[in-house]
Design a protein around this ligand. Sequence first.
Ligand code: ADP
Ligand code: GN1
Ligand code: MG
Length: 360
Amino acid sequence: MEELHKHVLEQFRLDAAAVSCDRYGCGHINETYLVVTESGRRYILQKISNRAFPDVAGLQENIAAVTAHLRRQNDDPNSSLNLIFTKAGESWYHQGENSDWRVYDFVENSICLQAPECPEDFYQSAIAFGTFQQQLSDFPAETLHETIRNFHNTPDRYRLFRQALEEDVVGRASGVQSEIDFALSHEEIGGQLMRMLRNGELPLRVTHNDTKLNNVMLHRETRTPLCVIDLDTTMPGLSAYDFGDSIRFGAATAAEDEKDLQKVTMSLDLFRIFTRGFLRACPGLTDKERQVLPLGALTMTLECGLRFLTDYLAGDHYFGIHYPDQNLDRCRTQFKLVQDMEEKMDQMHAIVQEEFVKKA
Ligand code: ADP
Ligand code: GN1
Ligand code: MG
């Protein structure tokens, strides 16, 4: 075990000394490690990304408050993330500049999927994220810190994109003209949800904002939801964000960085399954919120592609990458999905309506 990890782990109230600490999981933001102690008990250690989260104190305060709220609604200790505090009584350890660490109990008997293995898995993730939103409907939203300002403000994402394009610090812009053109031609539709929020057509709720399938843990045997993880971006947002980001990732027929774009489409069958679960778990959606769910899928996918492209142009400082052009590959799959969703928009609307009627 690295000396740094050993030192960091010694600050936390683990049940016994740590004997191993290895990189773990497929997240793009934090550095995640699986820790095992002398007793065999497992924990998750995370180095929090200071680039993504400049206000670690605010971030940790949010997570402590949100998990406490969830625990009050469900007394199964496995049903929400459990932060392990430091011996000094803090919810994270500030080891030095850009070196902030936290520990969670490992969610045991769980699976974490990169893609649904069967439609039922995706349905269960809809139940998990829908229930999460429902359970937070009485959470005092004004007490939450905005951990990433303008996180799903798509017009602001376009501003940052233009800035990266103008600066072109690593000279990549000339090689990605067709992706740039695609982004610019979708700016109008990308701003639609924000306009509806501003003019009062859509309510602000407490949402997760990063509802990838790999941010929910299912029970290994029953494959029903255990708990929602990765609470870093839980903040006020639109229900369409959580619905949309799940579709973006989980209803895609290929991985987020697939190079063969022929393989990348949005499955209408998976769209239907997720819609069914989400409407069931989140019965309080307004008519307008329900009607914009397909637009939420398109907007989250467009925005995510734009963010990957922006990071590619800026030199890959935000999303973790495993090879040089990975952010460009990710951008291309997202834009391909947007195209596919545009073609399927009428069918997506029909499915939302059918599933709503069926539920009633
Ligand atoms: P990131 O923000 O980088 O995505 P996550 O919090 O999602 O970080 O963690 C990355 C991965 O680590 C998850 O996708 C999951 O596989 C695993 N993981 C995170 N927390 C836990 C936990 N408490 N128990 C088990 N696995 C976890
Ligand atoms: C990041 O943290 P992770 O890997 O679950 C990102 C999301 C993106 C996603 C794309 C805090 O999610 O917004 O949609 O990558 N999280 C943050 O895969 O920026
Ligand atoms: Mg994650």
